[in-house]
Design a protein around this ligand. Sequence first.
Ligand SMILES: Nc1ncnc2c1ncn2[C@@H]1O[C@H](COP(=O)(O)OP(=O)(O)OP(=O)(O)O)[C@@H](O)[C@H]1O
Ligand SMILES: [Mg+2]
Length: 232
Amino acid sequence: MLEVKNLEAGYGKVPILRDINLIAPAGEVTLVLGPNGAGKSTLLRTLAGFNKPTVGTVMANGRNITGLAPEKMVANGLRLILDGHRVFPRLTVRENIRLGTRGDAAETEKHLKEIYEVFPILHEKLDHRASSLSGGQQQMLALAQAFVARPEILLVDEPSLGIAEMLIPTILDFLRRWTRLGTAVLLVEQRIDIALRYADSVYVLRGGEIILNGPAAELADGDAIERLYMDG
Ligand SMILES: Nc1ncnc2c1ncn2[C@@H]1O[C@H](COP(=O)(O)OP(=O)(O)OP(=O)(O)O)[C@@H](O)[C@H]1O
Ligand SMILES: [Mg+2]
C-alpha cells in the first residue's frame, strides 16, 4: 500500500500541494477527484518522483520512498501512467508490451492472456506499429505495458482523456482487475460519475488540499462532489 503523510510539494518555490494525507491500500482503487488546477497531476508526479516534496513522507509497503528519483520509484514497485498516451510510436504493439515484462514467463503468459481478453484489439494488432493505433488503443497499450510489469502501486492520471465514451468502462474495469493482483491503484479521473463506480475510496482535492475523503459508496453523489468544487 501507499501511505502519504503531511506531503507538501510544488514547482520551484511555488507551493501547490499542502498537507496531503492519503492512503491507497493494496487491492483497492483509490480515486482522486478535483477541479482543473487542483493539483491532481502534481500529486501523482510528486509520488512518482518527478517533483521533490518539500515536507512529508511517502511510504510504499512500509518502505520510505520520499524524494527518490523516478527510476528508484519503479524499482520500489511504483509506476505512473501519465495522461495522454505514452507508448513508443515506432515500435509494434508486441514490442511495446514486451518492454514491460519481467520475471516469470508463465506468469507473463497468464497476464498477456488476460490483457487480450479485455482488449482483443491489441491481440489483433500485435504486429502493427503503436503509431497506427487510435488514442484509445494507445491508452490500452500503455495500460497493458504497465500490467505485465506488475507494479505494487499503480498511479494513473486521467485514463479516460481523449477516449471514446464507450471505451471508458472497459478501461476502468481493467484497472479494477489489478486490484485482484493486490495492486494499490491510485486513479485520477475527471469523469466523476463513471469513476466512482470503480473506486473503493475517494479523495477530493481543491487548491492543493484534500477537502473531502471517504468510501466511494458514501460519496456516490457525483453532483454533490461537483458542487464542492465550486464552493469557497
Ligand atoms: N510545470 C509546472 N510549473 C509550474 N506550475 C505548474 C506546473 N504544472 C502545473 N503547475 C501548476 O500547478 C497547479 C496544479 O496543476 P495540476 O496540473 O497538478 O492540476 P490538475 O489537478 O492535474 O489539473 P487538470 O485537471 O487540469 O489536469 C496549477 O496551478 C498549475 O498551473
Ligand atoms: Mg492533471
